[in-house]
Write a protein that binds this ligand. Structure first.
Ligand SMILES: [Zn+2]
Length: 285
């Protein structure tokens, strides 16, 4: 009953009703052929279908091909799919929460300070921000996979990891990453919102470095520049406009249905996953 409640509250609507653990997981597997090279990955079907509405529909929906046990996705590189599997196979080990979610358990808001203090970030060895840029680009690739294949919880975890990693790294997203985001995601996507707010509130162009500003301006999507400009002109015109108070709240960049409370209550447990995502992306190639 509790597990069922948890799944309902966490917003999952899948034909696989209960969140699979390694104790309950069906041994049925499918082969996902990934990328133009059709690299095969064998994946537990129920696990994939529980977390991805796309695969659930494709493999369990009314238009599924009978007995289908192979599916191809050509628009994702195998390395990105492998990183997704790293996330997917962490899910059965995540603790199940039970009990009543009360306001006391939700507050105080999880912040960068409280969550990030337990991270071991490799940014100290990154004076030019190269590791930061490569890692955030990999996070974006995972996010795009989540957007295309309807994996909402992956997108939420990536946004949390990105937000905390960015806040602790003292870098802002590279223009190339901003371009990649605006080219591959809807403008309303939380990732694109994050890019806008990061440039509006966190980017500090160094004095007398016109080249930095010019180079970034030339590379960045015009709609991004327009939004950043609008935010900051409004702030100049009206000094009473304050920074949004939740810029450091991971849930700011989550698409919740009605599970915002539950999402907040789970944030401490999800830290383990964010840490794994970021630390592994920092070192793999
Ligand atoms: Zn949330």
């Amino acid at each position: 009953m509790k597990a069922h409640l948890v799944d309902e509250l966490s917003g999952m609507a899948s034909t696989v009703k209960e969140r699979p653990s390694f104790l309950t997981l069906s041994q049925k597997t499918i082969t996902v052929e990934v990328g133009e090279e059709e690299k095969p990955f064998i994946v537990h079907k129920d696990l994939l279908c529980y977390w991805s509405k796309y695969f659930d529909k494709a493999l369990n929906g009314p238009f599924k091909e009978g007995g289908k046990d192979t599916i191809a996705i050509t628009d994702v590189p195998p390395v990105v799919f492998a990183r997704f599997l790293q996330w997917l196979y962490a899910q059965p080990s995540m603790p199940l929460l039970g009990g009543n979610i009360t306001q006391e358990r939700v507050e105080p808001q999880a912040t960068v300070d409280t969550i990030g203090s337990t991270w071991r970030l490799p940014t100290q060895a990154d004076p030019e921000g190269h590791i930061y840029t490569k890692t955030t680009e990999k996070l974006l690739e995972l996010y795009i996979l989540g957007d295309r294949y309807d994996i909402r919880d992956l997108m939420k975890d990536v946004m949390s990891a990105l937000m905390i990693y960015g806040a602790l790294s003292d870098w802002v997203l590279a223009p190339e990453t901003a371009v990649l985001a605006f080219d591959n995601l809807p403008r309303s996507s939380p990732f694109c919102r994050y890019v806008v707010y990061t440039y509006a509130y966190a980017w500090r162009p160094k004095p007398n470095l016109d080249n930095e500003v010019r180079e970034r301006n030339e590379a960045m999507p015009p709609e991004l520049l327009y939004e950043v400009m609008t935010i900051n002109i409004r702030r100049v015109i009206d000094p009473n406009i304050e920074e949004p108070k939740d810029l450091e709240d991971p849930c700011r960049y989550h698409d919740h249905d009605d599970e915002a409370r539950w999402c907040r209550a789970q944030l401490p447990q999800r830290m383990m996953v964010w840490n794994e995502i970021v630390n592994r992306l920092c070192v793999d190639d």
